[in-house]
Design a protein around this ligand. Structure first.
Ligand code: KIV
Ligand code: NA
Length: 265
């Protein structure tokens, strides 16, 4: 199976919705790959994999290691790697050095970065030098220290307008797609109608050109989830039951049993 390419993702605007999920590890990538158009190695791995309070402390090394694992575990989906906080904001040159490193070390197709108008020159710089960029507007979790939390964005008309302007700036700068996170629905609809690239919603609107969720959230593997998460599975319960049965088997010596043991022939 040939991998979906960035140009083909771009062409999906207004057609069949694009399916994206986060993936951080090889086995999860293998399981999700046949069903997804894109796998996002999100910096949400900070919370999900590393137990960090937010994404600010996520490093290039983490993104490179998990990005490479996800590429190794997938054959069909395009893999996109988040640029961690501090790796791209200082200048277009800084962004190019780190984005190119992520693509080289992982084999991913593209990077994603958070931000709007201010980062449009960076998106243009990267795109014109061979690095496809997915933008991320609305609720941008790396800005938690400025925003003071993860509340829905765009409640005032001024903020709504600035989010739409950010999205247009990112699209005009050459972003091949964009995540719209945590905004009032009408903002996501307006952006989807106004920008040239596909929009991928999370807490946004079913009218976006695609959707994304953090896989562990929708699988029931992460306890505290926002309103916009729908649990499509209860894997946490499955893990708990299996571990409980294993512990009982060890304690009553029913495990290992004859099938799991070696004897002389
Ligand atoms: O890091 C992440 O998982 C993300 C998605 C929620 C879009 O950026
Ligand atoms: Na992210």
């Amino acid at each position: 199976m040939k991998r979906l390419t960035v140009p083909r993702i771009r062409q999906q605007k207004g057609k069949e919705p694009l399916v994206m999920l986060t993936a951080y590890t090889v086995r999860m990538a293998q399981l999700m790959d046949p069903h997804c158009d894109m796998l996002l190695v999100g910096d949400s791995l900070g919370q999900v994999i590393y137990g960090l309070p937010h994404t600010v402390a996520v490093t290039m090394e983490m993104m490179a290691a998990h990005g490479a694992a996800v590429v190794r575990g997938s054959y069909h989906a395009a893999v996109i790697v988040d640029m961690p906080f501090g790796s791209y904001e200082a200048s277009p040159e800084q962004a190019f050095v780190n984005a190119s490193r992520l693509l080289k070390e992982t084999g991913a197709a593209a990077v994603k970065l958070e931000g709007g108008k201010v980062l449009a020159p960076t998106v243009e710089f990267l795109t014109s030098r061979g690095i496809p960029v997915m933008a991320h507007v609305g609720l941008t979790p790396q800005a938690v220290n400025i925003l003071g939390g993860y509340g829905v964005r765009g409640k005032s008309p001024e903020e709504a307008k600035s989010i739409v302007d950010d999205a247009i700036a990112m699209s005009d700068a050459g972003a091949f797609a964009m995540v719209i996170e945590g905004v009032l629905e009408h903002i996501a609809i307006e952006i989807t109608q106004k920008v040239a690239c596909p929009t991928i919603g999370i807490g946004a609107s079913a009218q976006c050109d695609g959707q994304v969720l953090v896989a562990e959230d929708m699988l029931g593997l992460f306890d505290r989830v926002p309103k916009f998460v729908k649990k499509f599975g209860e894997m946490g319960v499955g893990v708990e039951e299996a571990v409980r049965a294993y512990a009982a088997g060890v304690r009553d010596r029913s495990f290992p049993g004859p099938d799991q043991l070696y004897q002389p022939v």
